[in-house]
Write a protein that binds this ligand. Structure first.
Ligand code: SAH
Ligand code: SF4
Ligand code: F3S
Length: 433
């Protein structure tokens, strides 16, 4: 059978990457295979993000670049999926009237039947959110390598006032535990060694009376899986049982991404994050006491409506005190439909930029110092691939999820290699086997 070809570009977070694997898995039984070249594709999809504004500008620009494939090769379908498709819906069609398909995150099941329809002048739009859709019965086509991303819950019920996710991904719902264990067993059988559990509030996972700690515990019992990670946990859902599981289960890696957003209590309250900076600090103390060598990363937003200089300084000082291993830092971007959108912008883009640069500089210094301290230590690297810069070198991650490069010496992807760290930058550790 002649396969039809699908080309997908993915934007946004890991959950979107996992959804791209889901889309490809969904289309495979219908005779589609993936291509890495848009010029070979029968179907071109952009799987999009809506978290910040510039993401959307980028997508519209990219769509306008891709539309020539439709002109040159009649029959090619151009579609938009993901969070921005859900966010913009009809509005989008004014800006990109040449689109054939617009599909929100809970409408992917419809893709094969929509593609089977005759081409129409009007785009096919499917953006109903479905509080029960988990795609538990669909097998995603996982990418090559040693690491597999597995979505364990979809949506979010937290409604932080800056965030569009609850509106574009809908209500929180978890994939049944047995379906997940079955999926991970299959991944282990295929040779994957690391699973990364995904969800916007991944640690709020629940199936009946079983929670995220149970999921971690049962996953660790699967032979062949050697490392278990997850992202993003919400500080308010970080239960004692999960901490205990991280502390006692050697497969659950000592690394945690724990988004803070701001260290000013008045900003946190207006963000409706559900914790104070003191509660967050106590949580980190408990985590660090329970899990030796724990690496921490975070997300920070600067320029939230009403963020005064003193609020920003509180964030700066807290980061300096807490010493994250690394951080993702963003300028606040007002999103239509959210509560904070109504409060408008209270700061110029220049001022946001200044604040952002200040914490980026701070974090570069801290990451550099922290990584420098690892010099002389021996770490265990799960090898992933050849290093990009040096011929003959290999790259992988240590248990703290830091990239380590070292002279290859016969190491292959999947090997666990003890490596002595001999130098370090803010982003990479350099080692000798
Ligand atoms: N569920 C995760 C966050 C997912 S979004 C959590 O609650 O921790 C990833 C990050 O994008 C957020 O942590 C936040 O720092 C950033 N972000 C979300 N909305 C934003 C906005 N409107 N403007 C700027 N950054 C935003
Ligand atoms: Fe957005 Fe808050 Fe949900 Fe994270 S927890 S996805 S920031 S609403
Ligand atoms: Fe973006 Fe949607 Fe992820 S808005 S960050 S792709 S959940």
């Amino acid at each position: 059978m002649e396969h039809r070809k699908i080309y997908i570009e993915t934007y946004g977070c890991q959950m979107n990457l996992a959804d791209t694997e889901l889309l490809i898995g969904l289309l495979k039984p219908h005779g589609y295979e993936q291509t890495q070249t848009a010029a070979h594709a029968d179907v071109i999809l952009l799987n999009t993000c809506a978290i910040r504004e510039h993401a959307e500008e980028r997508i519209l620009k990219r769509l306008k670049e891709l539309v020539h494939h439709k002109v040159r090769r009649p029959g090619v379908r151009l579609g938009l999926t993901g969070c921005m498709a859900q966010h913009y819906r009809e509005q989008l069609l004014d800006k990109a009237p040449f689109l054939d398909l617009v599909l929100g995150p809970d409408a992917y099941r419809n893709l094969p039947s929509l593609l089977a329809q005759e081409e129409k002048d009007e785009p096919l739009v499917s953006v109903r959110l479905d509080r029960d859709e988990t795609y538990a019965d669909i097998t995603p086509l996982h990418g090559e390598g040693i690491r597999a991303w597995v979505t364990v819950m979809r949506g979010c019920d937290k409604f932080c006032t800056f965030c569009v996710v609850p509106y574009v991904r809908g209500r929180e719902r978890s994939v049944p535990l047995n379906a997940l264990l079955h999926q991970v067993q299959e991944l282990a059988d295929q040779g994957y060694q690391e699973v990364v559990y995904l969800g916007q509030t991944v640690n709020a996972y629940r199936d009946g009376d079983q929670d995220f700690a149970d999921l971690l515990h049962k996953t660790a019992a699967i032979d062949g899986i050697t490392r278990i990670r997850f992202t993003s946990p919400h500080p308010s859902d970080m239960s004692d049982r999960i901490i205990e599981e991280m502390a006692t289960d050697s497969k659950v890696t000592p690394y945690l991404h724990l988004p803070l957003q701001s260290a000013s209590n008045s900003v946190l309250a207006r963000m409706e994050r559900g914790y104070t900076v003191e509660q967050y600090a106590v949580l980190v103390d408990r985590l660090r006491a329970a899990i030796p060598g724990l690496a921490l990363s975070t997300d920070i937003i600067v320029g939230f409506p009403g963020e005064e200089e003193a609020d920003f300084r509180a964030t700066y000082d807290f980061m300096n005190m807490l010493r994250y291993d690394f951080a993702f830092m963003f300028k606040y971007s007002a999103r239509e439909g959210t509560k904070a959108h109504k409060w408008g912008e209270t700061m110029s883009e220049e001022e946001k930029g200044r604040r952002l640069q200040e914490i980026i500089r701070l974090q570069e210094r801290l990451s550099g110092e922290i990584n420098h301290h690892t010099i002389g230590q021996t770490v265990h690297v799960l090898v992933e691939r050849p290093a990009k810069r040096q011929e003959g070198w290999m790259a992988g991650k240590n248990a703290q999820f830091k990239t380590v490069v070292f002279p290859g010496d016969g190491a292959r992807p999947g090997d666990l290699v003890p490596v002595r760290i001999v130098s370090a930058t803010a982003h990479t550790l350099i080692g000798q086997p």
